[in-house]
Design a protein around this ligand. Sequence first.
Ligand code: SF4
Length: 247
Amino acid sequence: MASSFRGGWNPWHGCTKISPGCLNCYVYRGDRKYERAVPSNQCVKTQSFGLPARKKRTGEWAIPPGSTVYTCFTSDFLLSDADCWRDECWRMMKERQDLFFVFYTKRITRLAGILPPDWGDGYDNVCIGCTVEDNLRAEERLPVFLQLPIKHRQIIIEPMLERMDISEYLTEGIEGVSAGGESGDGARSCDFEWIVFLRDQCREKGIPFFFHQTGANFIKDGVRYSIPRAHQHSQARRANVDYNGKE
Ligand code: SF4
């Protein structure tokens, strides 16, 4: 979908760490940088909570029709602390069929119990990315993810913490796999060989693969590189390993 909307939609902010991928969480990092008064593990509703339902004085939607809305990237949309607010979010998502909502979660095992009553086999305009960072988390989360009623699904492997074989989970209906390394101080390493191995699994199944970013601590051909934040995406592009799911 074409979009002039540049911001995301963060209905709440703050999250609790749930697995090894959370160790150097970017939300905590950002909060430290901007000296946020509220602790990062405390989830609070934001002023943007009602954004998808909001209109400007002109009567136009605050989020223009046709936008892709990256949702809840300063928390986890399925965080239990937000259970009392989520139904209102589902309602706004349902109302705005002209938008396409995308959220990523490490808590996919909670989804079945907190879906709205009219979810059916999924809302057409919602894409859910199941995030896994190592083989153990893949074994725990992906079988559950594959059984859930979801119209659009992706697998997100970031920060990738080890060489992973997810080939058994690359089944029909997975619309894409995205992978990347870890950013920030103390970032754990990501080896390019892991990325290529993952890309090859996707190519084998005809599923698009996207190398999102190198991370700060990147290994290629046995050589370790410190990559500045500003170059982590462009260096991933230059690696030229993405696969479009067709060839
Ligand atoms: S689930 Fe995501 S937002 Fe929450 S602590 Fe972990 S990395 Fe941070």
